[in-house]
Design a protein around this ligand. Structure first.
Ligand SMILES: [Zn+2]
Length: 429
């Protein structure tokens, strides 16, 4: 009886998880001018919208609308002459499809069980699984890997990362490449990029220059509290879990001390809430410390996000840094390398300044890295699914996970090798 009861309880918890999205819809929204995009933005708090991608005159946006706001949303958009159409009728159903697909992928055995450090690269891992994997890598490759605790999150979990180096970070003539994923917790596909990179550097390394000539910092879960919450409670949780009386969480990618608060929200209920002051959040402080500690050597910083197919660089207010041209050409190098490896159904990567390509945003990690002297600093936006897939937005199609890791790694390699050569040339001068 007890077993039956616990099984029932488990099932109810699983199903209750997506209850908040029952009847919620996602709409593709097309605006013709700035005034119309403003209408959508003003409805954000009023109607509890979750703007997955912001509509602008040159591209359509995707907006999740809660069940109870759908009628008013449709009315207000029609009134303003804004075109929209339904992409997902019931978000809860899509979430259940994703759960089923991911569970089926986890049941598949597709890896070498004799090597504990080899992880199947075709699934999404929970936070604790990734932590265990990092410990395993550090134990299996003690001469190349150091596990570092970067500091506690708001809820007290460690933000762990790996240093990968054949010289224990002691050879200062080597450049450092820093890659992180899951700063925005709902962007699950981004984990594939960091786990794939670790696999290619350590477990299946066929390109020795990458590990011999470059030191790597790889942080798979930059926002552990948010990531756990996105699995357990709200699949579309983006921020950290900072307590707020009305609304929880700070957008970590608006919390860095660079043009802070100029292109972000000061309302805790918004997805891009920047916090009470620059670096108010422990998770953004972790990456700040890494950037400062290796300031002279970090040549390439990649903060991996989703979704879209973009290589974006600062500054997020539209101003270009002094090395803007080089930043653009290395961005193209990265984008081209991904395009050469990507699935034909997915669009080519677009490379550009964040504000000019997508929208203005301040206090972002890629801007902060630039401001402390990292020459090549980017935010990558990865597609989360195959172009042919029935699921959309942030939802992950397991058939795409390994491909996402692979194609992104092609881009990372291109950027890392460029950064390496450039660093050597600078040293010689
Ligand atoms: Zn993001």
């Amino acid at each position: 009886m007890f077993r039956v009861f616990t099984a029932f309880l488990f099932i109810s918890v699983v199903y209750a998880k997506h209850e908040i999205y029952d009847g919620a819809s996602v709409y593709e929204v097309q605006v013709e001018n700035e005034a119309q995009s403003k209408v959508v933005s003003t409805l954000e708090e009023q109607l509890g919208l979750d703007i997955w991608s912001r509509p602008g005159p040159s591209r359509s946006g995707m907006v999740l609308v809660p069940k109870n706001s759908k009628e008013e949303f449709a009315y207000k958009l029609r009134l303003a002459g804004i075109k929209f159409q339904t992409t997902v009728d019931n978000v809860k159903e899509q979430l259940e499809i994703e759960d089923r697909l991911l569970a089926a992928a986890s049941d598949k055995i597709s890896y070498d069980r004799s090597n504990k450090a080899a992880l199947p690269l075709n699934r999404v891992y929970r936070w604790q699984e990734v932590e265990n994997h990092m410990v395993q890598l550090a134990q299996t490759y003690p001469d190349k890997v150091t596990l570092v605790n970067g500091g506690p999150t708001y809820e007290g979990r460690p933000v762990n990362y790996l240093r990968v180096s054949t010289t224990n970070f002691q050879d200062l003539s080597k450049p450092v490449v820093f890659i992180m994923s899951l700063l925005h917790s709902r962007e699950w596909i981004t984990q594939a990029a960091t786990l794939y990179a670790l696999d290619q550097l350590l477990v299946n390394n066929t390109e020795s220059d990458l590990i011999n000539d470059i030191d790597w910092i790889i942080m798979p879960t930059a926002n552990p509290d948010g990531y756990i919450f996105s699995h357990d409670s709200d699949r579309f949780w983006r921020k950290n879990r900072k307590y707020g009386r009305r609304c929880m969480g700070v957008d970590l990618n608006r919390n860095y001390d660079i043009n802070w608060g100029t292109e972000s929200s000061d309302s805790p209920c918004y997805e891009d809430y920047h916090g009470t002051e620059p670096f108010s959040e422990p998770e953004s402080v972790v990456t700040k410390k890494i950037l400062e500690e290796h300031q002279d050597r970090i040549q390439l910083f990649l903060d991996i996000h989703s979704y879209g197919s973009y290589v974006l660089y600062g500054y997020g207010n539209g101003e270009l840094p002094p090395n803007g041209e080089a930043l653009s050409s290395v961005g193209v190098l990265i984008g081209d390398a991904i395009d050469a490896a990507k699935l034909t159904n997915n669009p080519n990567y677009t490379v550009g300044n964040l504000a000019q390509t997508l929208y203005p945003a301040s206090g972002g990690s890629q801007d902060y890295a630039l401001s402390v002297g990292v020459p090549y600093s980017y935010c990558l936006e990865l597609p989360a699914f195959r172009g042919s897939s029935s699921i959309t937005g942030f939802l992950v199609d397991p058939e795409f996970i390994e491909q996402a890791g692979y194609e992104t790694w092609e881009g990372i390699k291109a950027g890392a090798r460029y950064a390496l050569n450039n660093y050597r040339m600078r040293k010689e001068i």
